[in-house]
Design a protein around this ligand. Structure first.
Ligand SMILES: Nc1ncnc2c1ncn2[C@@H]1O[C@H](COP(=O)(O)OP(=O)(O)OP(=O)(O)O)[C@@H](O)[C@H]1O
Length: 375
C-alpha cells in the first residue's frame, strides 16, 4: 500500500483543485501505456477558527477508484484526458479527478494520473470465466452487453470520437447488474473528415481490414469492426480472427468473409503492395460460413454479425442501425428480465438500457422509434 499527498487534484465535475491524499491499494491492470491501480482519495480542507488559527479538516476516504498512470511527457500523443473530460455517458467510464505527480521510482519523471470510477471486471475475463467451463455467455447477457457497446459508440461517434482500440479488455462490466462501460481512451482521437490518421493503431485481432491494408483516411467505422469482433468473441469464447502475425490477420478475415476485392483494397490504400489473399479459401458461401463459425449464435445474432463484419466501412452498420436490429428485440420487450451470473434474481433493464438523453435521441433520428422499447 502506498500513500501520498498531492497538492493539486482537480475534480473533473466541479473543476475545483485542492490538496488530496491518495492511497493506492492494489494493481488492477497493466497495459502497453500505463498501470492501473485501485485507490482511495481523501480531501483536506482548511478553515480559520475564531482565534485566527488555521484548522485542517479531514474528510473521509472516498472510492474505490481506478487510477491510470501514464508518463506525462512522451512523444506519443495521448488525448485520453481531453476526451474523458468531454464525455459523459452511462456506457463510457467516468473520470472523477486528475492530477500529475512524480513517479516514486524516478522523481524526475511526471505521471499523469486519471482517477476513474472503478468497475469490478472486464469482458475479457468474463468470456474466459465461461470458457474454462466450456461455456459461452448466455445470449441474453450478450444482448445486454452488445447493446451498451453500440450505445456508447453512437454517442462517441456523434462527436467524431473514434476509440481506436476496441477489444474485450477495454470493456468494463459489473456482473451483478450487467452494466457496461468502455474504457481506455489512450488511443482515441476525434477524427476530422479528410484528415489522415496513423493506421498502426488497434490491437491485432480487432483491427479493421482497412487498417491492416494501411488506410490513413479511415472513419469511426473501424470501431464497428471491433464491436463485431467482440460480439463474435462472446459467441465463440475466443477471438474470431486470430492472426499469428500482422499480415496473417487479413488471411484470417478472408477465411470468413472471402477474399477482399480489389476495389476495397484500392479505396483503402492505393499503394498497398502486401498479400491480396485473393484465392478463395473455402468453397462454401459466406452466409454458410457465418452460420458454421458462429454455431452457438441465434439466426438473429448471425444476421447482425453479417452486417458488422463487412469489408467496406461504408457498408458496415452504424451504431443506431445496430441498436435497431432484431437481435436486440427481446430487450425491447417490457417483460425482458435476466439473471446475472452473480445474483440469484431476475433483473430488469428498461431504465438502464433506454435512458437516452435528448441529445442521444436526436442522434438516433428516424431510427429512434425502432430502437426504443415497445410500450
Ligand atoms: N475504470 C476502471 N475500472 C476497473 N478496471 C479498469 C479501469 N480502467 C482500466 N481497468 C483495467 O486495467 C486494464 C488496463 O487499462 P487500460 O486499457 O486503460 O490501460 P492501457 O495501458 O491502455 O492497456 P492496453 O495496452 O492493454 O490497452 C483494463 O483492461 C482493465 O482491466
Amino acid at each position: 500500500m502506498v500513500q501520498f499527498l498531492v497538492k493539486a487534484v482537480t475534480n473533473n465535475h466541479t473543476d475545483e483543485t485542492r490538496p488530496m491524499e491518495v492511497r493506492e491499494t492494489a494493481k488492477i491492470g497493466e497495459g502497453a501505456f500505463g498501470t492501473v491501480l485501485r485507490a482511495y482519495l481523501k480531501g483536506t480542507s482548511s478553515s480559520e477558527s475564531s482565534t485566527g488559527n488555521i484548522l485542517e479538516q479531514e474528510s473521509d476516504w472516498i472510492g474505490p477508484f481506478a487510477i491510470k498512470k501514464v508518463p506525462a511527457q512522451t512523444e506519443y500523443k495521448s488525448r485520453e484526458l481531453e476526451i474523458l473530460r468531454k464525455t459523459s455517458h452511462p456506457n463510457v467510464v467516468t473520470l472523477e479527478f486528475f492530477f500529475t505527480y512524480p513517479n516514486p521510482e524516478d522523481r524526475n519523471k511526471l505521471y499523469q494520473h486519471l482517477v476513474m470510477e472503478s468497475l469490478p471486471c472486464n469482458l475479457q475475463s468474463e468470456i474466459k470465466r465461461y470458457r474454462v467451463s466450456n461455456l459461452i455467455l448466455p445470449e441474453s447477457h450478450i444482448q445486454v452487453y452488445a447493446f451498451q457497446i453500440a450505445r456508447a459508440m453512437n454517442y462517441l461517434h456523434s462527436f467524431g470520437i473514434c476509440h481506436r482500440d476496441i477489444k474485450p479488455s477495454n470493456v468494463l462490466i459489473e456482473p451483478d447488474t450487467l452494466l457496461l462501460k468502455i474504457c481506455d481512451f489512450g488511443s482515441a482521437k476525434r477524427l476530422e473528415p479528410n484528415q489522415p490518421s496513423v493506421s498502426y493503431i488497434c490491437s491485432r485481432y480487432y483491427r479493421a481490414p482497412e487498417l491492416i491494408i494501411g488506410c490513413s483516411l479511415y472513419t469511426t467505422q473501424i470501431d464497428i469492426w471491433g464491436l463485431g469482433c467482440v460480439l463474435g468473441e462472446m459467441f465463440m469464447g475466443r477471438p474470431v480472427f486470430q492472426g499469428q502475425e500482422p499480415m496473417l490477420q487479413l488471411r484470417e478475415i478472408s477465411k470468413l468473409l472471402g477474399p477482399p476485392d480489389k476495389e476495397f483494397i484500392y479505396e483503402s490504400n492505393p499503394s498497398y503492395n502486401g498479400p491480396m489473399y485473393n484465392h478463395k479459401l473455402y468453397s462454401s458461401s459466406v452466409p454458410t460460413r457465418f452460420k458454421k463459425v458462429f454455431a452457438e449464435a441465434s439466426p438473429e445474432a448471425v444476421d447482425l454479425l453479417t452486417k458488422v463484419l463487412v469489408y467496406r466501412p461504408q457498408d458496415r452498420f452504424v451504431p443506431s442501425q445496430i441498436m435497431a436490429h432484431i437481435f436486440f428485440d427481446p430487450l425491447r420487450d417490457p417483460n425482458f428480465r435476466v439473471t446475472p451470473r452473480t445474483v440469484n434474481a431476475k433483473i430488469e433493464f428498461r431504465d438502464s438500457l433506454f435512458n437516452f438523453s435528448d441529445y442521444e435521441l436526436r442522434t438516433l433520428g428516424d431510427l429512434a422509434a425502432r430502437v426504443l422499447p415497445r410500450e
